[in-house]
Design a protein around this ligand. Structure first.
Ligand SMILES: Nc1ncnc2c1ncn2[C@@H]1O[C@H](COP(=O)(O)OP(=O)(O)OP(=O)(O)O)[C@@H](O)[C@H]1O
Length: 252
């Protein structure tokens, strides 16, 4: 049995009173990948963003329900959102490195959280880049601009940046959808590697990708969680007609 990394209970999200995620409860296991799938507009990204309180920054967005990490409900107003984002990393659809060097992209977070020692920062930069399978490609150019990296390398840098602050959970919103097939394969390989340590929750439109990298899959439709199961079961023997119609490409 895998430990629970994060647990959403009765999560409800609306934008200007229009519901986008309706009463969703889901447990996410540590050291596993859970894929969130469903047609465009079904609420996958909204749900994902709620898990690290990113919807707080969207005008008109309202999130109710509970999100538990261990014994802390992080959807409580008392939660320190800055330290929360240290526990929950986020990787977006388009790589978004800072306009800084490769080194500074990684060192930024740990420095912000109080690490000033140069040797320690050097160690974190190396370790994070190694974990993101980017060290060999960047070790001789750490102080050059991150923007000179390829799109795929930039996305691995963003993953390294999120790892650098030592989260236990990583949220990924279609992290490979802007990348070519070779870079996509590298990101998938990396996710498979990272799941040995982290609870990973990924939104993807790519059914093959969900089947390749995830242990669990949740299917959303119009804000509802329609079905949740092991990925194998979901793709071979879905219990709901809507799920089977979606994964067989009949809509979406
Ligand atoms: N910032 C926002 N303000 C208002 N409504 C929003 C906002 N973001 C999303 N919505 C609405 O919430 C609903 C769910 O959108 P969301 O982006 O979460 O879906 P999705 O499943 O991730 O879609 P996609 O696969 O296209 O990214 C949609 O009706 C969308 O229009």
């Amino acid at each position: 049995m895998h430990e629970i990394g994060l647990s959403a209970k009765n999560l409800y999200v609306s934008y200007n009173d229009k519901p986008a995620v309706k009463n969703v409860s889901l447990d996410f296991a540590s050291k596993q990948v859970t894929a969130l799938i469903g047609p465009s507009g079904c609420g996958k990204s909204t749900f994902l963003r709620s898990l690290n309180r990113m919807n707080d920054t969207i005008p008109g967005a309202k999130v109710t329900g509970e999100i538990w990490i261990g014994d802390e409900n992080i959807n409580s107003p008392k939660t320190d959102v800055v330290s929360l984002r240290q526990k929950i990393g986020m990787v977006w659809q388009r790589p978004n490195p800072f306009h800084k060097s490769i080194y500074e992209n990684i060192a930024f977070g740990p420095r912000y959280h109080g690490i000033k020692n140069k040797k320690k920062l050097d160690e974190i930069v190396e370790e994070s880049l190694k974990k993101a399978a980017l060290w060999n490609e960047t070790k001789d150019r750490l102080h050059t601009s991150a923007l000179a990296l390829s799109g795929g390398q930039q996305q691995r840098l963003c993953i390294a940046r999120s790892i650098a602050v030592k989260p236990s959970i990583i949220l990924m919103d279609e992290p490979a959808s802007a990348l070519d097939p070779v870079s996509t394969a590298k990101i998938e390989e990396l996710i498979t590697e990272l799941k040995q340590e982290y609870c990973i929750i990924i939104v993807t439109h790519n059914m093959q990708q969900a089947a390749r990298i995830s242990e669990k899959t949740a299917f959303f439709l119009m804000g509802d969680l329609v079905e949740y199961d092991s990925t194998d079961k979901m793709f071979t023997d879905p219990q709901k007609k809507q799920t089977s119609d979606y994964i067989s490409g009949r809509f979406g």
